[in-house]
Design a protein around this ligand. Structure first.
Ligand SMILES: NC(=O)c1ccc[n+]([C@@H]2O[C@H](COP(=O)([O-])OP(=O)(O)OC[C@H]3O[C@@H](n4cnc5c(N)ncnc54)[C@H](O)[C@@H]3O)[C@@H](O)[C@H]2O)c1
Length: 319
């Protein structure tokens, strides 16, 4: 696969789950990597002392001197966002700012004249509670502070492309999982319940489906899309396979080898705007225009994730 090599690359939100994996990959390909992140949920970058890494522990909404920091950058990945249903509910102003003002400031600070590559990470949540297979043309449906900020940002990127003739990309991520994902998210939570012998707690009847993508596939797809000369702007990074939350719970128990059972919880009112019945993305644009396919099946990804958890707790014991 083609890679970004020996370039100056900015990763806004590079201290988070997806960002830290992207940073690892970019550093391993000899890029100079600029990370801006205020580390809301901790710094997940593994190689913080790397000589080709420039780390700015700052809020993108107020960081001064941004133009200078982003000078000569050839690739920008914008991943800064506040994710997670419960957090989004508590700090909605920060949620909106991080995804809109932060993006706007970044776009204003880069050198548009250069052939700069820009990838904005949107989310499948921009489609609200869509019950059909999601294509890139499915109508957008704002239902929360989180997806409204994402929709604003998508329109901002569209406006840049139209007015300034840029070719900035918008990727809609589906449920990404893998090592370093925050414990609040569904797969880490399910592993945690199971590991400690607790019943797996499920909101609703567990029949809701999701389209899960493993982190390695997503990182490869992000890089691949950034390098592409396709004029297509919006693309789903999805597997095209839907799995019910009930089936996910069964798979987690199988991977760990412990049958702890399931417990169903009533969906609290504040979660209802985020509780979609069905989530599955069409992968046609990803494969036809970007010649990419997510390869890692959920069962295999869950095994890899579990392996990483075991490794982490073993190294914890040694310390
Ligand atoms: N993980 C998923 O399943 C998923 C699904 C759809 C979309 N996305 C999108 O992918 C991107 C990355 O998600 P993630 O799962 O890695 O989340 P994450 O929370 O692990 O990473 C986001 C990072 O942004 C940083 N950040 C937030 N506000 C900031 C600010 N004002 N200034 C500087 N840094 C700030 C946070 O500190 C965090 O490190 C986000 O845009 C998210 O909306 C993720």
């Amino acid at each position: 696969m083609e890679n970004i090599k020996d370039n100056k690359v900015a990763v806004i939100g590079g201290g988070g789950f997806i960002g830290s994996h992207l940073v690892d990959k970019l550093l391993s390909d000899d890029n100079l990597v600029v990370v801006i992140d205020n580390f809301l949920f901790g710094n997940k970058i593994t190689n913080q002392k790397h000589k080709r890494l420039k780390l700015y522990n700052q809020d993108i909404n107020i960081l001064s001197n941004l133009k200078n920091i982003l000078k000569d950058v050839e690739y920008v990945f914008y991943l800064s966002s506040i994710v997670g249903v419960d957090v989004v509910r508590k700090i909605p102003i920060d949620v909106i700012y991080s995804d809109s003002i932060g993006l706007w400031r970044t776009l204003q600070s880069i050198d548009i004249k250069k052939d700069i590559r820009f990838v904005y990470t949107s989310s499948s949540s921009v489609f609200g509670d869509e019950i059909n297979i999601i294509t890139e043309n499915t109508p957008l449906r704002p239902t929360s502070h989180y997806n409204t900020a994402k929709i604003f940002s998508e329109y901002l990127i569209d406006a840049y492309n139209e007015q300034l003739k840029t070719n900035f990309k918008i990727v809609r991520l589906f449920n990404v999982y893998g090592p370093r994902q925050d414990k609040r998210m569904v797969i880490p939570r399910f592993f945690n319940y199971c590991k400690y012998g607790e019943k797996i707690k499920i909101y609703g009847d567990g029949k809701q489906t999701r389209d899960f993508t493993y982190i390695n596939d997503v990182i490869d797809a992000l890089i691949h899309i950034s390098l592409s000369s396709s004029s297509v702007i919006k693309v789903n990074i999805a597997s095209g396979i839907e799995t019910s939350i009930n089936d996910l719970a069964e798979m987690v128990m199988e991977v760990i080898g412990k049958q702890v059972g399931k417990e169903y919880l009533k969906i609290p009112h504040h979660r209802s705007v985020h509780e979609y019945h069905r989530r599955v993305g069409s992968t046609d644009v990803l494969s036809d225009h970007f010649h990419y396919k997510c390869k890692i099946l959920l069962k295999d990804g869950l095994k890899m994730y579990y392996k990483s958890l075991c490794k982490f707790s073993e190294s914890g014991k040694k310390r």
